[in-house]
Design a protein around this ligand. Structure first.
Ligand SMILES: NC(=O)c1ccc[n+]([C@@H]2O[C@H](COP(=O)([O-])OP(=O)(O)OC[C@H]3O[C@@H](n4cnc5c(N)ncnc54)[C@H](OP(=O)(O)O)[C@@H]3O)[C@@H](O)[C@H]2O)c1
Length: 306
């Protein structure tokens, strides 16, 4: 029987790829968007777009919800207002989702939400040990507090009998959005650079595996709780920059010191200058097979599409 999936953030980088994959697999998709008209134009006639979850009827048979919506984390510096927006944009929609789950006559089997490896925060000892899903958050660090809030907002669904999976995404690499295209443009012109010490780990995941893991979370009844959505091996930032440059036949000659980045970006510079090694323990344990486990093959694939 074909799936009926409700997706928030369907117009975003990961959402568009997920929706395309769901449609290819014969699923029906309901997309929530703040701009229903633009979303219809973007996603096409096969997707039913709603501007509010109140438009979903009580007797709609939804099999799975995927919550990807939220203001962009890597953007303008994290002023108090931006921090509020990052938290509230996600929590408000999660709250609306809970209200929907409560009133649906037949509840979805699963709610998959987007969290991030920011859960694990930064650590003075970036080298060891790699973080599996059991590692604690780092209270007081904004990226960690944000992920804790995101995952907390998903939790009430459990009490309603819905399986909840929080995908802790690393940097999602894809040709059509996210962090890759601007970095690839720079690398192509020989402008890839080492950031700070270059020793910070860069947990990444190819967009096909980001979507693959979301599909795995929907389909795989045994998967619940946090799931690290990262490739099995995280390079250091310097290794990542070298591999990216090499995918365009270039080298890395530039180094951006940490101080000006910190001055310009404040705490948000943590996203570029700090990192912890993260391993996809839960996905591996449940038998997920990565399409792109290695960075070189992932970057070669993306360079072809860029
Ligand atoms: N991409 C990554 O590398 C990465 C890494 C870690 C975690 N994540 C998380 O995964 C999720 C999806 O990522 P993505 O890269 O696909 O995000 P994205 O491209 O920025 O898309 C997010 C979607 O959320 C909606 N949105 C944007 N601002 C909003 C606001 N202020 N209030 C409510 N909705 C808003 C938009 O949909 P409408 O305009 O249609 O409403 C947008 O299409 C996000 O929560 C992100 O934080 C992504």
């Amino acid at each position: 029987m074909s799936l009926n999936v409700l997706v928030t953030g369907a117009t975003g980088f990961i959402g568009r790829a997920l929706v395309a994959d769901l449609l290819r697999g014969g699923a029906s998709v309901i997309a929530l968007s703040r701009d229903a008209r633009a979303a219809r134009a973007l996603l096409g006639p096969r997707v039913r777009v709603v501007g509010s979850l109140q438009e979903v009827a009580d007797d709609e048979a939804i099999d799975a919800c995927v919550h990807l919506a939220g203001a962009r984390v890597l953007g303008p510096p994290w002023t108090a207002g931006r921090r509020r927006l990052l938290l509230e944009s996600r929590a408000r929609i999660a709250g609306d989702l809970m209200a929907l789950l409560r009133r649906l006559r037949q509840r979805p089997r699963v709610l998959v939400g987007a969290s991030a490896i920011g859960w694990y925060g930064r650590s003075p000892d970036a080298a060891n040990p790699p973080c599996d899903e059991s590692h604690s958050p780092q209270p007081g660090q904004f990226q960690s507090d944000l992920c804790v809030a995101i995952e907390q907002a998903l939790r009430p669904a459990q009490a309603l009998g819905v399986r909840v999976v929080a995908l802790r995404f690393g940097i999602v690499l894809g040709a059509d959005g996210g962090a890759y295209p601007p970095q690839a443009r720079a690398a192509r012109f020989g402008l890839a650079s080492v950031l700070g010490s270059g020793r910070q780990p860069v947990p990444w995941v190819h967009i096909q595996d980001a979507v693959g893991l979301a599909r795995f979370a929907i389909d795989h009844e045994a998967l619940a709780g946090p799931v690290n959505a990262v490739a099995p091996q995280a390079p250091t930032q310097a290794e990542f920059a070298r591999a990216l440059a090499a995918s365009f036949g270039r080298g890395v000659w530039l180094r951006m010191p940490a101080a000006p980045l910190r001055l310009a970006l404040g705490e948000m510079a943590d996203l570029l200058l700090e990192g912890r090694p993260v391993v996809p323990a839960a996905a591996r344990e449940q038998g997920y097979a990565f399409r792109f486990p290695g960075l070189e093959a992932a970057l070669a694939d993306l360079a072809r599409r860029h």
